[in-house]
Write a protein that binds this ligand. Structure first.
Ligand SMILES: C[S@@+](CC[C@H](N)C(=O)[O-])C[C@H]1O[C@@H](n2cnc3c(N)ncnc32)[C@H](O)[C@@H]1O
Length: 323
């Protein structure tokens, strides 16, 4: 059973730090670069599958934000294995999507999946390192979609300025990032004391490796010249009966955490926590799969438009839940 709660915020109200996709995706190396994701398709897909409850809602927000009078030009920045790309291709049947990523294997996998779904003729996959700049010919866009990718990029304000220039009149940016409310997300353990302590250590590393990880994106967007039309926090919690994919994702996530610590920070974990983590990552009776799992992820979504080109309405206070 999946429960998604959404909370709307006033413009500019941000959250100090996100956790994020973090531990699952790319934290195993210090620079957070896309190359870290080259072999991460399974992890990204599992994450998307387990926490899928919110994606249709976000794609619907995107569909409502774009012009309806012309075939759409869409770009997916840091598309990864393409969960968002494929959802957009399906929801916007007239759209042509350019999916950019620095990880070639992920792009190849996405192209293959799009072909299987019959939407390859509307998709261009493109190798691009957004640390190096913006592709000159990526202009006149009706929608730019950036899901949990921008915090990996070296200079998000510069890329947001590029997005602003590349959007056609009436176009919109949909930005998804991951909030840190309590421990880093996603979390799995019902008794989260251990996870909370571990994430505190990871958080300090991330602050150095990826300064925009958990940034106040509402403020970053405003500073980059955007008006925020929608600001919504999705709090995704799964309750029993849990699908089998949850156990696999929990194991992969804990293993990814072990890699993170193996890359140099393990000595900063309390010895008993390091031992507990190793036990969770293993396949013995202490494995995470035998624990009571309570998966939770927070995704923060903004729909934004270049300031001065259009008027956006900020969503009013809202709280909704779906089970
Ligand atoms: C957490 S994944 C998100 C993937 C996908 N958008 C999703 O929501 O599942 C971040 C993605 O950003 C990509 N990325 C990181 N740094 C990048 C860069 N400098 N240029 C292009 N893509 C980058 C990674 O390769 C990875 O696929």
């Amino acid at each position: 059973m999946v429960q998604v709660m959404t909370h709307a915020h006033d413009s500019g109200q941000g959250h100090a730090h996100d956790g994020g996709h973090g531990h699952g995706h790319g934290h195993g190396h210090s620079d957070g670069k896309g190359a870290d994701f080259a072999g991460a398709a399974e992890l990204l897909d599992l994450d998307a599958e387990v926490f899928s409850g919110y994606l249709a809602d976000v794609v619907a927000l995107a569909a409502a934000a774009v012009p309806s009078d012309r075939p759409l030009r869409v770009a997916d920045l840091g598309c990864g294995s393409g969960t968002g790309t494929l959802a957009l291709l399906e929801r916007l049947p007239e759209a042509h999507v350019t999916a950019l990523d620095v990880a070639v294997p992920l792009l190849n996998g996405l192209a293959a999946r799009a072909a299987l779904r019959g939407s390859a003729d509307r998709l261009v996959t493109r190798v691009a390192d957004l640390d190096a700049g913006w592709p000159d010919d990526l202009t006149d866009l009706d929608l730019v979609w950036a899901s949990t990718s921008l915090h990996h990029v070296a200079d998000p304000p510069a890329r947001l300025a590029d997005v602003r220039s590349a959007l056609a009149p009436g176009g919109a940016l949909v930005l998804v990032e991951i909030d840190d409310v309590g421990p880093f997300q996603p979390t799995f353990l019902a008794d989260d004391g251990l996870e909370t302590r571990i994430w505190e250590v990871v958080r300090a590393d991330l602050a150095r490796a990826m300064p925009y990880h958990g940034a106040d994106w509402g403020r970053v967007l405003a500073d980059a010249g955007f008006t925020i039309a929608t600001d919504r926090l999705f709090d995704i919690r799964l309750a029993p009966p849990l699908p089998e994919s949850v156990s696999r994702l929990a194991v992969m996530s804990v293993q990814r955490l072990m890699e993170w610590f193996a890359s140099g920070t393990a000595d900063r974990l309390r010895p008993q926590d390091a031992a507990a983590l190793a036990e969770l990552a293993g396949d013995g009776p202490g494995s995470v799969v035998h624990r009571e799992l309570a998966p939770r992820a927070l995704r923060h979504v903004w729909v934004a438009r270049p300031r001065g080109l259009s008027q956006g309405e900020i969503d009013g206070p809202e709280r909704a839940s779906r089970t």
